[in-house]
Write a protein that binds this ligand. Sequence first.
Ligand code: PXG
Length: 291
Amino acid sequence: MTHWLYVNGKFVDRDEPCISVFDHGFLYGDGIFEGIRAYNKRIFKFDEHIDRLHNSARAIDLTIPMTKDELKARIIELCRKNEIENGYIRPIITRGKGDLGLDPRRCEKATVVIVAQPFDPLYGDAYQKGLTVVTTCWRRNPPQCVNPNIKSLNYLNNVLARIEANQRDADEALFLDNEGYVSEASADNFFIILDEVVITPPSVTNLRGITRATALEIAKEKGWETAIHVFTLFDVYAAKECFITGTAAEIGPVVEVDGRKIDNGKPGPKTIELMKTYKDLVNSTGTPIYE
Ligand code: PXG
């Protein structure tokens, strides 16, 4: 089976060169993207991802050259073409082909690319034993600079944190914000459970994660107390449980931060329950690909 891409109105083989070197997405990271998952032939939280993509576009004053419904239809068409049952879907919209200058007015039309491919679990067996995390020396881009709520193609801040996690042999890197409060992980949101309360930082300093919102909803449905407020590494080290949330990572237990074990160093009971409920939810809801 060929893996097809959708590029500017056409389906092309994934190995075909199809984007100009002068595309401002390539030259300047001038564009936006989404990461979406399909489970059991259904696309999870489809509307939420498409809405966030549009909000990112608005934030960088980029016009997506199709309606939300058209984009959704193209994504479904590509998933069918690639026979996706469990997969990862990435729409990428760039400012388009321009010239070497920064000025976006040189770009006539936005470039629209969609990737849809099968997906393997991100952290393999680390979910059973739990993930190790290190605090990166890089601070998360503050909202005064490149706002972390824009899911832009400028992911260098995140890549630098990822490199540090690799160098320090950790599964993930944890960012602090410019004030020193916990922000988020390199590609996931971050939660602690402290005094039985499920806590995550306000999303001014991190991406307003769709999995984050789902985890908060599940926790509330279970009758657990939840809170959105700032906290520091002191609270992380003292937490009963820690976990990350993300489309790719799903809900992942964190058992060690900066060489300190979280509680007994094993995935916590509430995190395990959240992981189970999340798995049930992703496997039983979503927009059907094949109807
Ligand atoms: N923070 C950042 C910086 C992210 O990039 C999340 C939090 C979690 O958001 P969602 O809405 O997914 O719960 C993300 C999401 C990848 C990959 O390839 C990264 C993301 C999504 C999908 C794939 O590592 N980031």
